[in-house]
Design a protein around this ligand. Structure first.
Ligand code: LMR
Length: 392
């Protein structure tokens, strides 16, 4: 029976990791998968995580099962950072649980939406490719709208039309900040308009927050999501600690529900626990426990926020350098200066992307997405030169 399975192409983004690793050229440049890199090109473990891990080894007295909700100390400690210190539960209307990474959170949010009656999900494109894969796997219909305008700004009209045109049984999936892959975020004013449209719409908002703190700051990057939450009766939030705690392979994420009133939360969460149990049973513990220890210790929290500031400042510097270069061949790099987070998309053809890889050892996603954190003082000149050469 298993011989009926047709071979599938490997995930294109994850396949890039191996392709880059196997390239023997010493001046190769990895602009592929979304991991932060220092100016020396490494992705070190945060100092705050190392300290919390040491504490964890000394103090953890059991690795016995916790339950489908995972480490609720972690889930609750994160809430003031996600939803705001002033009212982190929106008056008791928000509850959450731990998930295996942001992917687990998106999976749970969309599966729960489906269980509650969602049949169609509106999604701006381009988007993180795994969004479409998860929705397809859940047999949810996808209705696409254009995320960005040709001038590099967010297409407000398109998202408003999607929200206003939504029917009963529709959800709208948005990126909270640091849009993946474009780096083009809605402005706070645009979020106001989006929130007002949701308030009048039947659509269920699902907001994916995978890069909080990598754009303008922890609070600044939450403005859009919080604006929507203040305007709507209910919403689902998928959250990732992969990037802002550098925990990638430890798979640390959270899923939050904001319900119309707190009395609905037990029934909603019981459905989420059932879905988690059927998918992964319980999330991996270690990374989330380390985050909990950081967030409960003011000195470790300060250390973590400082490390996050350093990351953000470096990405801004790289973006400024690219923007100041103006153009590279036919590619206008100026818009990258005002985009946010790890990613931007360059208008390159498949052949140009292939030539960057084959002739220059520069690896980027097939969509033209680059991870700006892969650029350093040492390689940015080569990158800009190669862009000019392949687009000449
Ligand atoms: C990315 O987009 O590169 C990251 O979110 C990693 C992933 O899982 O795709």
């Amino acid at each position: 029976m298993l011989d009926r399975l047709a071979p599938q192409a490997p995930d294109a983004l994850l396949a890039l990791i191996k392709l880059h690793r196997d390239d023997p050229r010493t001046d190769k440049i990895d602009l592929g998968v979304g991991v932060y890199r220092t100016g020396q090109g490494g992705t070190p473990v945060f100092g705050a995580i190392k300290a919390a891990e040491r504490l964890l080894v000394e103090t953890q007295d059991s690795k016995s099962y916790l339950g489908p909700e995972g480490d609720m100390g972690f889930v609750e400690a994160l809430m003031p950072y996600v939803f705001g210190a002033g009212n982190p539960t929106m008056g008791g209307r928000i509850e959450g649980m731990q998930t295996p990474g942001g992917t687990g959170a998106v999976r749970l949010a969309t599966a729960l939406a489906k269980a509650a009656g969602t049949r169609r999900v509106h999604m701006g494109t381009p988007s993180w490719p795994n969004h479409a894969q998860i929705l397809a796997d859940l047999d949810l219909e996808v209705a696409s709208f254009a995320h960005a305008n040709a001038d590099g700004t967010a297409n407000l009209d398109a998202v408003l039309a999607a929200i206003r045109g939504a029917q009963e049984g529709d959800a709208v999936l948005l990126h909270g900040c640091c849009h993946n892959p474009t780096g083009i975020d809605y402005t706070p004013e645009q979020w106001n308009a989006i929130a007002a449209a949701f308030a009048e719409s039947a659509a269920l908002p699902i907001i994916d927050v995978a890069y909080q703190g990598l754009g303008h700051g922890m609070d600044e990057d939450a403005v859009g999501m919080r604006t929507v939450l203040a305007a709507v009766p209910e919403a689902l939030i998928a959250y990732s600690c992969d990037k802002n705690f550098g925990l990638y392979r430890d798979r640390v994420g959270a899923f939050y529900v904001m319900a119309q009133d707190s009395g609905q939360l037990p029934a909603i969460m019981s459905n989420a626990y059932g879905l988690a149990r059927a998918n992964w049973s319980m999330p991996p513990d270690h990374g989330a426990a380390a985050v909990r220890l950081i967030l409960r210790d003011p000195a470790l929290t300060a250390m973590w926020l400082d490390e996050l500031d350093t990351m953000r400042a470096r990405m801004r510097q790289v973006r400024e350098k690219l923007a100041n270069a103006g153009t590279a061949g036919t590619v206008d790099l100026a818009p990258l200066g005002s985009q946010n987070g790890l990613f931007s998309v360059l208008p390159l053809s498949k052949d140009q992307i292939a030539s960057l890889r084959a002739d220059h050892g520069i690896y980027m996603a097939g969509s033209g997405r680059i991870n700006v954190a892969g650029l350093t003082e040492g390689n940015i000149g080569k990158f800009i030169g190669a862009l000019a050469e392949v687009t000449a």
